[in-house]
Design a binder for this molecule. Structure first.
Ligand SMILES: NC(=O)C1=CN([C@@H]2O[C@H](COP(=O)(O)OP(=O)(O)OC[C@H]3O[C@@H](n4cnc5c(N)ncnc54)[C@H](OP(=O)(O)O)[C@@H]3O)[C@@H](O)[C@H]2O)C=CC1
Ligand SMILES: Nc1nc2c(ncn2[C@@H]2O[C@H](COP(=O)(O)O)[C@@H](O)[C@H]2O)c(=O)[nH]1
Length: 327
């Protein structure tokens, strides 16, 4: 494949500003039947989202995807969200009991608004069968399927009935798939996104590898409707997971969904655990993300996310940071 690049190799080129203030720039995005404040969703991982964060995000107009690692709590979670008049958005795997779970949701009239089929290697018959099963049992639920890294996979999942596909195999911060298997989109996630987006007829969620707020704009430029982010959302006051103090500084744990910590055993481990600096409140990060994206829109010469899709860009191989750090 020609022109392989990643987030830090790209700079978007500014176009003439058409707004008087960045507050005029609209960061909202529609996915399925709902419109959200930002094209950003926290990763469906156990150290990134829990019930409280899901309620906060849904109440405040943000999209969320609940993780699937407490399977026995999913029905009560859906009921609770529905009772509060909030969007219900859950994840499922592909094992046999997950097929039965979908059947039960249909029988109990508990259709979630969004269901994410969340598997490491999403270009698989098991995922295709799960998407078809969901569409048959719960036709009104919006189905996100992944993760994949090729146009062929995007086409097959869309053909199976997926309403959106999630792109990203191995670019994640706590991911070790790339080193343990030699496969994935790690190191060229942005180019993989572009490759997949050219084949997609439905929304793509770019998943993994976002390290700065500017990477959100770059993802949109290269074809994403949404981005899923783990590491930038880890370490907040509200984040689930252990907090530790070292040399007077607070840190919080962030571990991979395929890590030993998640699995409770050393089998097919493709994730690791790290501690990230305590970042304060999630609400503040979301506000800053929105402001930065509004600024991106203004540099794109428009007043909505659409304007970012059409800007020119340059490839500046591995040089944009020039030794700089954000903080
Ligand atoms: N985006 C990414 O790069 C990655 C994300 N993850 C995350 O980790 C979590 C666990 O993922 P996962 O291991 O898929 O979930 P599960 O452990 O639930 O596995 C789901 C099913 O898929 C099978 N399976 C998993 N990987 C493969 C493979 N490479 N080839 C064939 N079958 C496979 C498993 O069987 P068996 O275990 O017997 O093989 C199992 O039956 C998920 O949340 C996932 O998103 C994990 C790795 C990469
Ligand atoms: N290879 C692995 N990927 C994982 C694992 N757990 C989660 N993930 C993926 O990472 C992103 C988040 O990436 P980040 O760069 O924003 O931190 C997440 O949404 C998953 O797709 C894992 O154990 N192994």
């Amino acid at each position: 494949m020609e022109n392989v690049f990643d987030y830090e190799d790209i700079q978007l080129i500014p176009a003439k500003c058409v707004v008087k203030s960045r507050t005029e720039c609209d960061t909202t995005v529609t996915l399925g039947e709902h419109t959200f404040k930002l094209p950003v969703v926290p990763a469906n991982m156990q150290t990134i989202i829990d019930e409280n964060i899901a309620v906060f995000l849904a109440e405040n107009g943000y999209f969320y995807v609940m993780h699937r690692f407490k399977p026995e709590e999913r029905k009560s979670f859906i009921k609770d969200m529905k009772n509060r008049g909030l969007i219900a958005s859950i994840s499922v795997g592909v094992k046999d009991q997950e097929f039965s779970f979908i059947q039960e949701l249909a029988e109990e009239n508990l259709a979630p608004d969004y269901i994410t089929v969340d598997i490491a290697h999403g270009h698989a018959n098991s995922v295709i069968e799960m998407v078809q099963h969901i569409k048959q049992c719960l036709p009104d639920s919006f189905v996100i399927a992944g993760n994949v890294g090729t146009p062929e996979a995007v086409r097959e999942l869309e053909k199976a009935g997926a309403d959106a596909t999630k792109v990203g195999i191995g670019p994640g911060k706590v991911c070790i798939t790339k080193v343990k298997t030699g496969f994935g989109t790690g190191g060229w996630q942005l180019a993989a996104l572009r490759w997949c987006a050219k084949a997609a007829t439905k929304p793509i969620i770019a998943d993994g590898g976002i390290r700065t707020h500017g990477d959100v704009a770059k993802s949109i430029r290269f074809g994403a409707t949404f981005v899923m982010i783990g590491s930038l959302f880890a370490g907040h006051e509200e984040s689930p997971g252990e907090t530790i103090e070292q040399d007077g500084k607070l840190y919080k744990e962030y571990f991979g969904s395929a890590s030993e910590f998640q699995k409770g055993e050393k089998k097919n481990v493709e994730g690791k655990k790290m501690f990230v600096e305590h970042k304060g409140s999630l609400k503040d990060t979301l506000v800053e993300m929105q402001q930065d994206l509004q600024s991106s829109i203004s540099y794109a010469g428009g007043s909505s996310l659409e304007s970012i899709r059409h800007v020119d860009y340059v490839i500046v191989k591995n040089s944009i940071f020039n030794g700089d750090k954000i903080y």
